[in-house]
Design a protein around this ligand. Structure first.
Ligand code: DX5
Ligand code: ZN
Length: 229
C-alpha cells in the first residue's frame, strides 16, 4: 500500500448480502471502489454482532484492493494476530476499547498490519497527539458505531478539521465512517478527509444481479467529495 491523499471510497460490507460476500465484493471492486471496509462487532463494545476471523479469511481471496478491518471489539489485543492472519491490510482499533491503546497499536504494527485508530463521536482528539507516530489512519466515526444506515453527526466536521491540522505532512489517512452520502461526503472532504466508508450509501438499490447501481453510488459519492477540494 502506497500512501496518498486522493479520495478513496470504501464500501462497508455490513450492508452487503451476508449470504453472498464473495460476489458482492467482486461487484463493488468491478464498479470502482478503492478499499473494502469490514466491520467486526462483538456484541459487547457495540450492541451488534457481525463476523470473526474465519469469515475474514474466507472473503480475503475475493479482495483485490485493500482489506480495511474496523474492529468494534473489546478487548482487542488477544485477537490481533487472528485478524492479521486472516489477511487484514489495515486493522483499526477504537481508542475507547480499553486502557492500553498505545500497546494495542504497537501490537497491530507488530503483526504486520497498518494501524488505524477509531474515535467515537463523543471522543476528543487529545489522546491522538501522543499516538501520531504509531498510526497510519484515524477513523472518525460520524455515527455511534454498531449499525448501518444511521444519520451523519455534523459536529464531527470540526473534529476532522482539527485532526487534519494536527496530522500535517505525516502519512496518516483520515477516514470517515457513518452516514456518508453525496450530501455529507463533501463536508468531510473539505475538512481534510480522504477515505469515505459507505455502507447503505453504496449498496442501496443494487445487487449482484444489477451491480451498475453500486458503480453509480460510488461515483456519486466520489464526485461530490472531489468537487469540494
Ligand atoms: C457502523 C460501521 C459502519 C457502517 C456504515 O458501526 O462502522 O462502517 O457500516 O454504514 P452507513 O454507511 O450505512 O452509515
Ligand atoms: Zn466501520
Amino acid at each position: 500500500m502506497t500512501f496518498d491523499r486522493k479520495i478513496k471510497i470504501a464500501p462497508s460490507i455490513l450492508s452487503a448480502d451476508f449470504a453472498d460476500f464473495g460476489r458482492e465484493i467482486q461487484a463493488i471492486e468491478a464498479e470502482g471502489c478503492d478499499w473494502v471496509h469490514v466491520d467486526v462487532m462483538d456484541g459487547h463494545f457495540v450492541p451488534n454482532l457481525t463476523f470473526g476471523p474465519p469469515l475474514l479469511k474466507a472473503i480475503r481471496p475475493h479482495i483485490q484492493t485493500v482489506m480495511d478491518v474496523h474492529l468494534m471489539i473489546s478487548p482487542v489485543d488477544a485477537y490481533i494476530d487472528a485478524y492479521a492472519d486472516a489477511g487484514a491490510d489495515i486493522l483499526t482499533a477504537h481508542l475507547e476499547a480499553g486502557p492500553h491503546i498505545h500497546r494495542t497499536l504497537q501490537a497491530i504494527r507488530g503483526a504486520g498490519c497498518k494501524a488505524g485508530l477509531a474515535l467515537n463521536p463523543g471522543t476528543g482528539l487529545d489522546a491522538v497527539t501522543h499516538l501520531l507516530d504509531m498510526i497510519d489512519l484515524v477513523c472518525v466515526m460520524t455515527v455511534n458505531p454498531g449499525f448501518g444506515g444511521q444519520k451523519f453527526i455534523h459536529s464531527q466536521i470540526e473534529k476532522v478539521r482539527s485532526l487534519r491540522a494536527m496530522i500535517g505532512d505525516r502519512p496518516i489517512h483520515i477516514e470517515i465512517d457513518g452516514g456518508m452520502t453525496p450530501e455529507t461526503a463533501p463536508l468531510m472532504a473539505a475538512a481534510g478527509a480522504d477515505v469515505f466508508v459507505a455502507g447503505s450509501g453504496v449498496f442501496k438499490g443494487g445487487g449482484v444481479s444489477n451491480p451498475t447501481v453500486y458503480g453509480e453510488n460510488i461515483r456519486a459519492i466520489r464526485a461530490a467529495a472531489e468537487g469540494a477540494l
